[in-house]
Design a protein around this ligand. Structure first.
Ligand SMILES: *Cc1c(COP(=O)(O)O)cnc(C)c1O
Length: 380
């Protein structure tokens, strides 16, 4: 089975991890600082806080932003549920804006319609690896006095108008799950330029305690104070060593992802009824996902049938995502449902994610294209 996404682990990654295993610090050691510094400098930010996973990173960011009961945070339904779950963790209410039909990125016009006196933040998602329309999003946030907390879990290595993904908003969040651009096994990281947010986030990932184990060891001190209720969201040095080693290869891997996407684009441009998503002008797309829409009218084949046939052909296609406002938990607790976001809902019926990762060969890309044209019954 060709999977839709897969990590790349090279010998130097393995060596980086074994070096840590032979050393003194397995967690909360120097590799955490190094990884934080490397990622934040890569995306042009002052501070980075590495945590256990991307979901924890979103929670940490929402907490640091002061999101709490009575607040609303506007986000997109075309995302992994973790984005809006992090709002729920803080006792606040996620509000779903619709997406743009061509990119499936959050629609700035829809955001403006959903703003109320309770709105405190906007949490856009760089869906599939394409940075959002940050000129518009920053202008809306500024005009209405809202925080901008960007879920950049798909877009590490991408750019918007020459500025790196993750470089926008009060905070931006990354995930290092194995299907993402670089991996730490499990891991996440928040970047910011705001020192106060940075300090809050560091404390929240460590139970709400203001110093960590290594700081106390270095100072020869034992006393510590817990100043708020935090969590154990720490990441290990073992994981950060892997992430640090992976980051060095990121530009090469993004290039390969873009080559694969261009090969798919070229193939599908000749086929009526299988359409890739659009890429905005001035954007360098990081292609965490390569998503096509299967037009049922034109092909006579619906997405579900295409999905089944592709899986039978040994191709691990997927669907990203079930719109979050469709999930039973959201329907039951927030009263969301069909009709809330018509553009997202229509797209959901048609989308299919095709394999894309640096280790995928041109021959495999061609095999995926052949299998898909055969599955939907069109001629390439
Ligand atoms: C991967 C991902 C996350 C966080 O995932 P973790 O598995 O917790 O690291 C959050 N949002 C989006 C959009 C993601 O794709």
């Amino acid at each position: 089975m060709i999977p839709y996404g897969r990590q790349t682990i090279e010998d130097d990654d393995i060596e980086a991890v074994t070096r840590v295993l032979r050393g003194d610090w397995l967690t909360t050691g120097p590799m955490v600082d190094e990884f934080e510094a490397a990622v934040s400098s890569f995306v042009g930010r002052k501070y980075g806080v590495a945590v256990a996973n991307g979901t924890a990173a979103l929670h940490v960011a929402m907490h640091a932003a002061g999101i709490g009961p009575g607040d609303e945070v506007i986000t997109t339904p075309i995302t992994f549920a973790a984005t809006s779950n992090s709002v729920l963790y803080c006792g606040a209410t996620p509000v779903f804006a619709d997406v743009c039909a061509d990119t499936l990125l959050i629609d700035p016009d829809s955001i403006e319609k959903k703003i109320t006196p309770r709105t405190k933040a906007i949490a856009p998602v760089d869906y599939a690896g394409q940075p959002c329309d940050f000129d518009r999003l920053e202008a809306i946030a500024k005009k209405h006095g809202l925080l901008l907390i960007v879920d950049a879990c798909h877009s590490l290595g991408g750019h918007y108008k020459a500025k790196p993904a993750g470089g926008f908003g009060d905070m931006a969040v990354f995930s290092f799950h194995p299907v993402k651009q670089i991996t730490t096994g499990e891991g996440g990281l928040i970047v910011t330029d705001d020192e106060a947010l940075y300090k809050k986030m560091r404390s929240f990932r460590n139970h709400g305690i203001t110093t960590d184990h290594r700081q106390r060891a270095q100072q020869g001190a034992w006393f510590y104070e817990m100043v708020e209720l935090g969590y154990n969201y720490r990441i290990t040095d073992i994981q950060c060593a892997l992430g640090f080693s992976q980051l060095k290869k990121l530009p090469r891997w993004i290039e390969r992802r873009q080559e694969i996407a261009a090969r798919y684009d070229a193939a599908f441009s000749a086929i009526d009824g299988i359409d890739g998503l659009s890429c905005q002008a001035g954007v360098s797309h990081a292609y965490h996902l390569y998503v096509v829409r299967i037009d049922r009218e034109k092909t006579g084949c619906d997405r579900q049938a295409a999905f089944m046939r592709m899986r039978e052909a040994g191709i691990g296609v997927n669907v990203h995502y079930v719109p979050v406002h469709y999930h039973p938990y959201y329907r039951q607790t927030l009263g969301t449902g069909a009709g809330d976001c018509p553009v997202a809902e229509a797209a959901y019926e048609e989308i299919l994610s095709l394999p894309i990762y640096p280790g995928l060969t041109d021959e495999q890309v061609d095999e995926v294209v052949r299998a898909l044209t055969c599955a939907v019954g069109v001629n390439a």
